[in-house]
Design a protein around this ligand. Structure first.
Ligand code: PLP
Length: 390
């Protein structure tokens, strides 16, 4: 059976071009980029090219790029560095819909180090309460950190506006751009961010490679203390093949942005609109305008998201309920709960996240499969009677 993969916010296929670029560095080109000899230096030069490609992708300088092991490490490194830089400031601002890589870290800091964290709420469309956000900024705030795009709903936060306000108040600003990268143009200078996290496996590079952008001038404190790698900001011999793959993935993602914004957006809209038309009692979670072009989260009343996923899986369709990190738990997603999505549809919410590899034929196959799946589950549901929710 042909797999239809619409779970690209969980992870993406490594692009063929990326794999091809990486392969020699698993084989004959195994030198250490820090070595003095020509053999190692050859790898060092390729690493330099990759750093430049990543920097170009987000309009940064190569010196502002630190390679990490994943998005989670980048997020942690940013926050720990901010609180180390301002030990006297004991307040942090974030949203209540962040990824666990941020959320759970803040809970840890509250519990173990006495930090006060303001979790700025979102409204029913997943949009931030900006008045509350701005009024919570104070001289005691060490860092404000907001995701660029939500992994579950695709809803975008106004990063440039928040960064500007933070700058006016002298507060460091970090953004988790793990989901935004490859789907929207990312320009650290135009948006005025101090730190920004990326993850390779969300943009058709392999798993196990991430990036932290740190604006020149900020006194970054090393998260992994060790050798001189990454200019002493992250010890450990570089994951050379993956860094090289990530460099190529950034170059491809930049080229693919127009496709994301046209063809992928059209496919997503087609899927969304057909499902809304053909299936009663379902609705889209999150703002329809300020949203990633590849993502749609739809709540189907009176059915279980997990059951939908299992039945789709039998048809070879890969989608997700909640984020990959919380699926496997039966709790409704913290993002949908924060948006006050009613329980009956939060539980039956499915996320489709597309890539440029998807086709119109695949969208038609999803629609054809999903209509009877929802009908069948509703026929068995105690919350559905005579064509409506009870
Ligand atoms: C918004 C967001 N931040 C951070 C992460 C963590 O990235 P990684 O899996 O590379 O640690 C993810 C992964 O799903 C994410 O969606």
């Amino acid at each position: 059976m042909n797999i239809i993969y619409t779970d690209n916010n969980a992870t993406t296929k490594v692009a063929d071009e990326v794999l091809e670029e990486m392969l020699p560095y698993f084989g004959e080109l195994y030198g250490n980029p820090s070595s003095m000899h020509t053999f190692g230096d050859k790898v060092g030069k390729k690493l330099k090219q990759a750093r430049q490609r990543v920097a170009d992708f987000i309009n940064a300088d190569p010196d502002e790029i630190i390679f990490t092991s994943c998005g989670t490490e980048s997020d942690n490194a940013a926050i720990f560095s901010a609180i180390n830089a301002y030990p006297e400031k004991k307040h942090i601002i974030t949203s209540n819909v962040e990824h666990p890589a941020i959320n759970n870290l803040y809970k840890h800091l509250e519990k173990t180090q006495g930090y006060a964290v303001t979790y700025v709420p979102v409204d029913k469309k997943g949009r931030l309460n900006l008045a509350l956000l701005y009024s919570s900024m104070s001289d005691n705030t060490a860092i404000a950190s907001f995701m660029w795009a939500n992994n579950e709903t695709g809803v975008l936060f106004p990063i440039a506006d928040i960064a500007k306000k933070a700058r006016e108040k002298g507060i460091l600003f970090h953004t988790d751009a793990v989901q935004a990268a490859g789907k929207l143009p990312i320009d650290v200078k135009a948006n005025g961010v101090d730190m920004l996290s990326l993850s390779g496996h969300k943009i058709h590079a392999p798993k196990g490679i991430g990036v932290l952008y740190v604006k020149k001038g900020f006194k970054f404190s090393s998260f992994l203390i060790g050798g001189h790698q990454e200019k002493g900001r992250r010890g450990g011999t570089e994951n050379t093949a993956s860094i090289i793959g990530l460099g190529k993935a950034c170059e491809l993602a930049q080229k693919n942005l127009p496709v994301m914004n046209t063809r992928v957006r059209e496919l997503r809209d087609y899927l969304q609109n057909q499902l809304l038309e053909k299936i009663p009692s379902c609705s889209v979670n999150g703002d329809l305008e300020q949203r990633l072009p590849n993502t749609v989260s739809i709540g189907f009343d009176a059915v279980e998201g997990e059951s939908i996923l299992l039945m789709l899986d039998r048809e070879g369709i890969c989608a997700s309920s909640g984020s990959a990190c919380t699926s496997g738990s039966l709790d409704p997603s913290h993002v949908l709960m924060a948006m006050e999505v009613p329980f009956k549809s939060a539980h039956g919410s499915i996320r489709f996240s597309l890539s440029h590899y998807n086709t119109k034929d695949e969208m038609d196959r999803i629609i054809t499969a999903l209509v009877p799946v929802i009908q069948k589950l509703r026929d068995m549901s105690p919350f559905w009677k005579d064509g409506r929710v009870v």
